[in-house]
Design a protein. Structure first.
Length: 235
């Protein structure tokens, strides 16, 4: 889809990749960007940005956003959390519920709420921010990996169901980014600005799967060989 003169909604827009998405979209010619976050005071004020109070786990917030933002042609489901739990940790059930609500239920509810609007506005697109961990599981982040795997399946299912109304559904896979979520990891990280700018280019090119870094490209290429059975990031 064309970003020029489009109107976008970005969740989790107050920091990290979400904030960079807002700037990349405006730089590419978006007419307006709804920058969504739970706390409006955390949104950077700038021309073309409309702060939007939105907790993606709150169904009333989602309904209000869908009612008030009838001009949206691009929805970017970026909001995310990670609790850092293994499957057998004592906190794993609570962690899984929190991550599932934000990572799967939120994007599903937003996609349902905005699908009619996107259809009215010519089809447009939905971008779901996924992860390298959509394909493999990491110790200490296994509940998060499971939630991202579900979000990948959600993305593929939405692509099928929204095809007839002309809505593109795009999965963005990214590994380590220099954001708060990866603050404690001493590994090479991609700056979220690079990911956002590259993603905007791919959206305009009509790509439905974006592999934002070499780790994701290698993991995707290894799926048929069973990379998820022998996690290369643990070697």
């Amino acid at each position: 889809m064309k970003i020029q003169d489009s109107i976008a909604l970005v969740t989790g827009a107050n920091r990290g990749l979400g904030r960079e998405f807002v700037q990349a979209l405006l730089a590419a010619g978006a007419k307006k960007v709804y920058a969504a976050a739970r706390d409006l005071s955390t949104i950077d004020p700038m021309e073309g940005v409309v702060p939007l109070k939105l907790d993606v786990t709150n169904m009333q917030d989602i309904a209000t956003a869908a009612r008030e933002c009838k001009d949206v042609s691009l929805l970017i489901n970026n909001a995310g959390i990670i609790r850092g739990a293994g499957l057998l940790d004592s906190t794993s059930l609570d962690s899984a519920r929190d991550e599932w609500e934000t990572t799967f239920i939120g994007p599903l509810a937003l996609s349902q709420a905005f699908a009619p609007t996107l259809a009215t506005n010519g089809g447009g697109a939905i971008v779901n921010v996924l992860s390298a961990l959509s394909w493999i599981s990491m110790p200490g982040a296994a509940t998060y990996s499971a939630a991202k795997a579900a979000a990948w399946s959600l993305t593929n299912g939405l692509r099928n169901e929204l095809h007839d109304q002309g809505t593109a559904v795009i999965g963005l896979h990214v590994a380590y980014m220099d954001t708060d979520m990866a603050r404690g990891l001493t590994v090479p990280k991609t700056h979220p600005r690079v990911v956002a700018q590259y993603s905007v280019e791919c959206i305009q090119q009509g790509q439905v799967e974006i592999l934002a870094d070499e780790i994701c490209r290698q993991l995707k290429g290894g799926l048929s060989a069973g990379v998820y059975l022998n996690n290369p990031l643990l070697q």
